[in-house]
Design a protein around this ligand. Structure first.
Ligand code: AHR
Length: 493
């Protein structure tokens, strides 16, 4: 099959924000305990953080990590995770029916984030708590000293404020599963008042209001409109969450699910713009896609887990090569909306629906989805360009007529390079791609890496961590994308 790609320097979409390659760590399953933190592990540092995991996180280059939830945050008392560890309470954790030991809290997490080279995106509990607790937490984290909570932080061994800039006003408050679930109007008022107080205390913080938990929610769109009506002048972002799966085993359809993400982003941006006009505002609301991934493999096994244990192996999806292709398509979609989506978090980072897996006390390895994410985080720099493709299409059921080629071109002035990310969705045919990115003079091809596997269901495990691995293809006169492949094409100008 032949395909063509067109882009031009003079048709930019927008500057790619580094925070598009953020991730998420929730107090859930083995994400924290047995994931990033395991004091008894042979690689643990003096704080109990696993060095082997940290090294892998650094390879992904995540600039921001959302914490501590997720559904978890809606029942969380942040104070439990501060101060001397031996005095911290164990609690019933209602979101995931587990026991929380509180051996990691914001004190430890901000230290870990520094080691990982990432900013913390902190969520406040607007499920069981409200303005007062959010205010206290912000004082604890960001106020230099001389007040009750800032002095508490200092007494706990942190003389300098943590300086946390990004704050989520609750999590998925539209979801009936959420602890302290609210109607749109109830949440909108609470988010507005919490946000107003937080900005009084620290005007430099950036706030994220909860959008819908996914675009299939019955209240989707009305929820966004109600929330933005109340919070438009106060918050900086509205959140989007979306997970995709292939329980029916229809790979052709599954590979097209990024079209749903595309529609979701376009719709939320449109709602934001309606509210903007209604308010005669000059401010454009930005989007924070702070939970996205493939999630479906672990659904059945999780039903068998015993309740009320510490760090059970929950949501441990083992990702196939096919999932990596979907993650590639989702990354391209985020980049295509670089003008509006300024933050995004791959959910999650370690063990829980994650690119990195660990054994308690043992090995850690990269899942298949690690690789497209690492490539995008490493090379997704500069400006994303309007990218048109000319290629054959196929019928992908609810996702409609879908081009076999999913692609985006980016130009980075600093490194004088153009990068093309491309997925060939065809399961049978290779694709000869003609790349026409103009306005830069002659482009010289630097390299072509590919993630391809004959078996769509191939996985990486502790015993065979390299089954799905990227490899370099020789640079020739023509660019050929293997069937079912994720590709990174690099050019110099
Ligand atoms: O990431 C797993 C869960 O998915 C989060 O806790 C929640 O916000 C979402 O429903």
């Amino acid at each position: 099959m032949k395909a063509k790609l067109f882009a031009d320097r003079h048709f930019p979409i927008g500057e790619v924000d580094r925070r598009l390659f953020g991730s998420f760590l929730e107090h859930l399953g083995r994400a924290v305990y047995g994931g990033i933190y395991e004091p008894e592990h042979p690689t643990a540092d003096e704080m109990g953080f696993r060095r082997d995991v940290l090294e892998m996180v650094k390879k992904l280059g995540v600039p921001v990590v959302r914490y501590p939830g997720g559904n978890f945050v809606s029942g969380y008392c942040w104070e439990d995770g501060t101060g001397p560890k031996e005095q911290r309470p164990r609690r019933m954790e209602l979101a995931w029916s587990a026991v929380e030991t509180n051996q990691v809290g914001i004190d430890e997490f901000q230290q870990w984030a520094k080691l990982a080279g990432a900013d913390v995106m902190m969520a406040v509990n607007l499920g069981t708590r409200g303005v007062e607790e959010a205010k206290n937490l912000l004082e604890y984290c960001n106020f230099p000293g001389g007040t009750r909570y800032s002095e508490q932080r200092r007494a706990n061994g942190f003389p300098e404020p943590f300086g946390i800039k990004y704050w989520c006003l609750g999590n998925e408050m539209d979801g009936p599963w959420q602890i302290g679930h609210k109607t749109a109007q109830e949440y909108a008022r609470l988010a507005a008042e919490t946000g107003r107080v937080m900005k009084m205390m620290d005007p430099s913080v950036e706030l994220v209001a909860c959008g819908s938990s996914n675009s299939g929610m019955p209240t989707f769109v009305d929820w966004e409109e109600t929330v933005l009506n109340e919070t438009y002048d106060i918050v900086d972002y509205i959140s989007l969450h979306s997970y995709y799966g292939n329980p029916e085993g229809d790979s052709r359809k599954f590979l097209a699910c990024s079209r749903d993400m595309d529609k979701f982003i376009t719709t939320v941006a449109a709602v934001c713009d309606v509210v903007k006009q209604r308010k005669r505002s000059d401010k454009t609301m930005m989007l924070s896609f702070d939970e996205w991934n493939v999630w479906f493999h672990s659904a059945e096994q999780d039903k068998k887990l015993e309740k009320w244990t510490v760090a059970p192996p929950q949501l441990e999806d083992v990702y196939s090569f096919e999932d990596a292709l979907v993650v590639g398509c989702l990354l391209i979609t985020l980049l295509r909306h670089a003008d509006r989506v300024k933050m995004a978090c791959l959910a999650q980072l370690v063990n829980v629906i994650a690119p990195i897996m660990t054994e308690n006390g043992g090995r850690c390895w990269a899942q298949t989805i690690f690789y497209p994410f690492m490539d995008a985080s490493r090379y997704g720099r500069g400006v994303s360009l309007h990218t048109a493709v000319e290629c054959e299409t196929y019928d992908a059921g609810q996702y409609g007529k879908t081009p076999y080629l999913e692609a985006i071109a980016l130009a980075d002035e600093e490194s004088r390079s153009v990068t093309v990310f491309a997925v060939n969705r065809s399961l049978e045919e290779e694709m000869e791609l003609s790349v026409s990115v103009t306005g830069f003079g002659a482009l010289r091809m630097l390299g072509h890496t590919v993630l391809h596997c004959d078996d769509l269901k191939a996985v990486n495990t502790a015993d065979s961590p390299d089954t799905v691995q990227p490899r370099e293809l020789p640079v020739g006169d023509t660019v050929v994308l293997p069937p079912q492949s994720w590709n990174v094409l690099r050019f110099a100008y």
